[in-house]
Design a protein around this ligand. Structure first.
Ligand code: SAM
Length: 344
């Protein structure tokens, strides 16, 4: 009873309800929340602290940043209660509320600014990308692990999300009947087309698009719509650039055919802050539990997680990054039931 009262008290204030509604659309830093709410940082920080203390929100420090998000599955019963309550509250807050409508508009502006900065980075680095991507990792080790984890196939339809120069498409082309790579950077796509032409991979294509709104059907057949035939999706070294990794995973899960598999490859948590400043990274890696929770939250079952640890520091004694691979699959039935939906 007391826990419930604490949670209700922590949520029962206009700015805090707005914070819940905004964070229901993805995690944010204090600076971003300050911009979205149009309030001073100390004020926003006070609200956030109170909500974290009450178990409504989680604060995840990462290098010099801290991300705030709605309380998740982990954290015991109180977090579970808080999570169910926030799921209910955020559906009850009217979208037409003037303050919230303004917040959501500013949220779009904040996200657009972030996406633009990342786009600028990819535009500038498209040509150097294949060299950059191997700076921290033994690339052939990662590629062998990817081939091993997905198995020989053959797959009917592979979608590579955030395909960049199309390397994943090239790697898996022999195991698929049809493959498509999707990316929002025209510069990256131009390079991918060149690479795929050169490799004479006629069954592989790339297209321009946004990974938060994938141009593919959902798992089950809808009214007059064919069901998805996508049986393999890859998100390779993309999540750490995104404002909403959970949204990206949920969207990838949506397009999987029944039993289809999703492979996420990204860095394990690290402390190389410089990657933010110089390489447009937003997140300094992900823990095994975090991405597993995202996959399960999207209604998938995690099959296997593999960590590829570097053998040693590089020649300059710099930290080298561990790469983690998460393989998950969609349920065999066509129905999708993400946890958040189930909770509300
Ligand atoms: C680090 S690169 C990874 C490329 C590729 N997966 C690889 O491993 O070589 C990340 C890619 O994600 C793309 N990207 C970032 N945000 C995106 C979005 N919202 N929609 C589609 N692509 C996006 C970028 O343009 C970039 O090509």
């Amino acid at each position: 009873m007391q826990t419930l009262l604490d949670i209700l008290r922590a949520a029962g204030e206009p700015t805090r309800l707005r914070i819940l509604a905004v964070l229901a659309r993805g995690e944010l830093t204090v600076t971003e929340l300050t911009q979205v709410l149009g309030q001073s940082q100390p004020r926003v920080s006070r609200h956030l602290k109170l909500m974290v203390d009450a178990g409504l929100l989680e604060r995840k420090p990462e290098g010099s940043w801290a991300f705030f998000r709605l309380a998740g599955e982990t954290g015991g019963r109180a977090a579970g209660d808080a999570r169910r309550l926030t799921a209910l509250l955020t559906t009850l807050i009217p979208d037409k509320d003037a303050d919230l409508a303004r917040d959501l508009q500013r949220l779009e502006t904040v996200k657009a600014a972030r996406a633009k900065a990342a786009q600028g980075y990819f535009r500038a680095n498209a040509h150097a990308w294949n060299r950059l991507r191997s700076l921290y990792v033994a690339e052939d080790l990662v590629e062998r692990a990817i081939q091993d984890l997905v198995g020989p196939g053959p797959f009917a339809h592979l979608v590579d999300i955030g395909t960049g120069t199309g390397r994943m498409l090239e790697l898996l082309a022999p195991r698929v009947r049809r493959a498509e790579g999707l990316d929002s950077s025209h510069e990256m796509l131009t390079l991918a087309r060149t690479l795929l032409d050169r490799a004479r991979l006629d069954h592989v294509q790339v297209r321009h698009g946004d990974l938060f709104a994938l141009p593919y059907a959902s798992r089950g057949a809808g009214k007059g719509r064919a069901a998805s035939d996508v049986d393999l999706v890859i998100i390779h070294q993309v999540l750490h650039y995104l404002t909403d990794p959970a949204g990206a995973v949920a969207e990838a899960a949506r397009i999987l055919a029944p039993g289809g598999r999703l492979l996420v490859v990204d860095f394990a948590p690290h402390g190389i802050e410089e990657l933010r400043a110089r390489h447009a990274h937003r997140r300094l890696g992900f823990s095994e539990a975090e991405v597993s929770a995202l996959l399960e939250g999207a209604g998938l079952e995690v099959e296997e997680v593999r960590h590829l640890k570097p053998e040693a520091e590089d020649e300059e004694g710099e930290e080298r990054l561990t790469v983690t691979l998460w393989l998950a699959h969609a349920p065999q039935g066509a129905r999708q039931k993400p946890l958040l939906q189930a909770a509300s």
